[in-house]
Write a protein that binds this ligand. Structure first.
Ligand code: FES
Ligand code: FES
Length: 147
């Protein structure tokens, strides 16, 4: 299978069987995010063990790309420090958008993973969970939008 098929399978799998998809009653931090283009919403929950993310989960209703991106994000975050999570957010953001916040061209595998190549508007789907994570890291109470 070529890379692209592989990544499409990853999206399919994480959308059908999202990891860490649950409400967390005893979260230390959480934040709500929404995509104004479609109205989809996500909540990200963090449980901290000192500076380390001991547990992370998400809930919400979103398209396949936003769900798969959130699921992959939670897997990447477990056991990371808050500072490492912050760096991951910035790395992901820089990878999918240019300095104007527009979808970046020529992204390689992440472009395929996020579906951005076929649908540039869908960069907001791929970044929804990450923006919400960022708000949770900063303990922001107001819902964040992807714009
Ligand atoms: Fe990077 Fe939060 S410190 S924007
Ligand atoms: Fe709503 Fe993707 S279409 S988050």
């Amino acid at each position: 299978a070529d890379l692209r098929e592989l990544y499409q399978e990853v999206i399919f799998d994480h959308n059908r069987n999202p990891r860490n998809f649950r409400r967390m009653e005893d979260a230390h931090r959480h934040a709500d995010g929404y995509n104004p283009m479609c109205g989809d919403k996500v909540t990200v929950y963090l449980k901290l063990d000192g500076e380390v993310i001991g547990d992370v989960s998400f809930q919400g209703s979103g398209c396949a790309i936003s769900t798969a991106s959130a699921s992959l994000m939670t897997e990447a975050l477990k056991g990371k420090t808050l500072a490492e999570a912050e760096r991951l957010f910035h790395a992901f953001h820089a990878m999918v958008t240019d300095s104007e916040g527009e979808p970046r061209a020529g992204l390689g595998k992440l472009e395929v993973l996020s579906g951005v190549r076929e649908f540039p508007a869908r960069v907001k789907c791929a970044t929804l969970a990450w923006h919400t994570l960022h708000a949770a890291l900063h303990d922001e109470k107001a819902p964040v939008s992807t714009e």
